[in-house]
Design a protein around this ligand. Structure first.
Ligand code: B12
Ligand code: SF4
Length: 449
């Protein structure tokens, strides 16, 4: 089973820490369905060099395809097909562009794999596998335990990543979600008992929930947090601004160990929100969102997108200024990127504004469309400047000074600087396969509530 990487992630010179954060959970989930007798291995190119010429010819090769790694994924698929392996492809990009993917695999999968994958395994064992399986029955009810034994834990800073739901209840125009879950439910959860059992299987204290919106189903979230209370866990997750403002829910998450939250603010230009159908953000007081999180001891990773139609060249300074002033600890900036299959892609393509279809460059750091309010070069330069400005020592200090206590200021400095100011240290740890050793450090910063 292969998770191919985009070129940057395998640079011989420098490997950004973000590619050594999380193990390939999707593949480990699919591996759970294989019979106990199967010999299986997972290869994550983000953290290990692939040796395709090692003389092995597997019976079955599984490749997970993201947009930015599609070219590499097809290369691996073609290689094994030529050797005679049966090659299957699935994941987000296959679902967006099945005709493209079908040229490189014996079987392709559209949508999540929990319903189609076990059916395929039976068909394949009987020699009657179909060329295409499309997911329609969405449920996590009979999910087997994830094969975490196939993950090389020491290669990741956050080996305990976990997802207890799929999808999201919202419908933002730029998001992968509606295209991926087309044809069935687009938001569903495990049972609370199954989610708690999966959490129990994870060693240590720290967890990172990769769910798109962990707070998306209030009843589920409340029961989950109640079940986690008293377990001494420390965890991070993602949720929307409206869920943060909802009375009572955040407090329950914090009591269960929440210490840092990824929040999709997306834009400080209000008209952009309507354009992107980001309705859950419309009319919300972003400053109140950050205040509420900080008052509860939760650090904020704010996510922002540049290049929406309402954005002019002033958007970068305004966004960065606001984020620093609000005391946001870490920020993730993106250049708006129309992923194939999304409503945004259809709109931009219909307006003839796509610059090219070179998927490898659809990495949210390069401009792939004609923006309305500035030139592509301005957008790209502004994006890089935003990162530089946000993570300057002076900015980190300014953000930290907004915290009322010395402990709060120290936590802000340690988290923000640790993330972006020590890249050479991360690079050395990754190369020495020692990255997991930094986890206690992350845990101690998170626990400085
Ligand atoms: C964790 C994560 C990362 C991690 C690690 C990825 C990993 N180890 O898998 C890191 C930080 C490295 C990362 C990096 C990037 N990411 Co990312 N990431 C995610 C995130 C938050 C969770 C992925 C996850 O674990 N999901 C849970 C598991 C269970 O689901 P899954 O992996 O999708 O697998 C299921 C199905 O897809 C399917 N399936 C998958 N493969 C196959 C194969 C077969 C044969 C079958 C049957 C089924 C199947 O079955 C699985 C079980 O249901 C997603 C958001 C999301 N909700 O998916 C974004 C997401 C995947 N990332 C995205 C992007 C854009 C990026 C970056 C380009 C961002 C950047 N600017 O750097 C980079 C580059 C990624 C690359 N290598 O090409 C986009 C992808 C868009 C697209 N159309 O491909 C997403 C959707 C975020 C978003 N909302 O836009 N990412
Ligand atoms: S809230 Fe986030 S995950 Fe949900 S549809 Fe919007 S962008 Fe996608």
């Amino acid at each position: 089973m292969f998770l191919p990487a985009l070129t940057e992630a395998i640079s011989p010179l420098f490997r950004p820490i973000k590619y050594s954060l999380f193990p390939p959970l999707g593949l480990a989930t699919l591996a759970g369905y294989l019979p106990a007798s199967a010999q299986v291995s997972i290869h994550d190119e983000h953290v290990q060099r692939l040796d395709l010429d090692d003389g092995e010819v597997p019976d079955l090769v599984v490749v997970q395809v993201y947009i930015t790694s599609a070219r590499r994924a097809y290369e691996i698929a073609d290689h094994y097909r030529a050797l005679g392996s049966y090659v299957v492809l699935g994941g987000l990009h296959v679902t967006s562009l099945p005709e493209e993917a079908a040229q490189h695999g014996d079987t392709i999968f559209l949508g999540p794999g929990e319903d189609t994958w076990p059916v395929f395994l039976r068909d394949w064992a009987q020699g009657v596998a179909k060329a295409r399986y499309v997911s329609v029955n969405r449920s996590l009810a009979s999910l087997p335990p994830i094969r975490r034994d196939l993950i090389q834990r020491e290669r990741y800073l956050v080996p305990n990543s976990i997802v207890v739901s799929r999808g999201c209840p919202h419908h933002c125009d730029f998001c992968y979600k509606d295209a991926f879950f087309e044809g069935g439910k687009s938001f569903y959860t495990q049972t609370v008992d199954a989610a708690l059992a999966e959490i129990d299987r994870l060693p240590g204290r720290h967890l990172y929930f990769l769910d798109d919106h962990l707070f998306g189903n209030r009843r589920f979230a409340e029961a989950l947090f109640a079940g986690m209370r008293g377990s001494n866990r420390l965890w991070q997750a993602a949720a929307t601004v409206d869920a943060v403002l909802a009375p009572g829910l955040l407090e329950q998450a914090v009591a269960a160990g929440l210490r840092s939250l990824f929040v999709g603010f997306e834009t400080v230009n209000a008209p952009n929100l309507a354009e992107q159908r980001k309705r859950q953000n419309v009319g919300r007081d972003y400053a109140a969102v950050v205040r509420r999180l900080h008052d509860n001891g939760v650090m904020v990773n704010g996510s922002f997108v540049f290049g929406m139609d309402g954005d002019g060249p002033d958007v970068f300074d305004r966004t960065v200024d606001w984020a620093i002033g609000a005391g946001i600890e870490t920020a993730t900036f993106h250049i708006m990127t129309p992923y194939p299959g999304t409503a945004l892609f259809d709109r931009i393509a219909a307006q003839n504004r796509l610059l090219h279809r070179d998927w490898e460059r659809y990495d949210t750091r390069q401009v792939v469309f004609e923006p309305r309010g500035m030139a592509p070069s301005q957008l790209e330069a502004g994006y890089w400047r935003a990162y530089k400005d946000f993570y300057r020592w002076g900015s980190i200090w300014r953000g930290a000074s907004s915290k009322p206590t010395t402990r709060g200021r120290l936590r802000h400095m340690a988290y923000s600087a640790g993330w972006k100011k020590f890249e050479p240290m991360w690079n050395a740890l990754i190369r020495g396969r020692q990255v997991l050793r930094a986890l206690p450090l992350l845990e101690s910063v998170l626990s400085m509530k």
